[in-house]
Design a protein around this ligand. Structure first.
Ligand SMILES: C=C(O[C@@H]1C=C(C(=O)O)C=C[C@H]1O)C(=O)O
Length: 111
């Protein structure tokens, strides 16, 4: 049995190469998903900006807690169905909504 201080065998090198190729391939998919997330978030912010402009024009408040509650319930449900931690889904959407509300406050201030 080779000790951990021996030089790697040919088979060990081959196993390392296969593992590295799989890792690189899986990371390629992760990179694609991250790119899609950024694109989807950018699209979402385009629409929330439209909402912010509408609210500013009609003097509506930047935040709508009732709408947020309904979104959170819906996303928690979707998360459960997708085997994603609903707490994480709620934290994630709250993080995004907080940023949207800051944008809406800024739009309202700018008039
Ligand atoms: C986009 C809106 O404004 C705020 C941001 C929300 C969001 O990012 O989903 C939801 C409710 C509001 O607090 C909205 O009222 O629809």
């Amino acid at each position: 049995m080779p000790s951990s201080t021996d030089a790697p065998t040919h088979a060990e090198h081959a196993a390392d190469d296969a593992a590295l190729r799989r890792l690189t391939s899986i990371r390629g998919s992760i990179d694609n998903i991250d790119a899609a997330l950024v694109h989807m978030l950018a699209e979402r912010f385009k629409f929330t900006t439209l909402v912010g402009e509408l609210k500013a024009e009609y003097g509506l408040p930047p935040a709508d807690p009732d709408r947020e509650r309904r979104q959170i319930l819906r996303l928690r449900q979707l998360a459960e169905e997708s085997h994603l931690d609903p707490e994480f889904a709620e934290t994630f959407i709250n993080f995004i909504i907080a940023e949207v509300i800051r944008h809406h406050e800024r739009i309202a201030e700018q008039g």
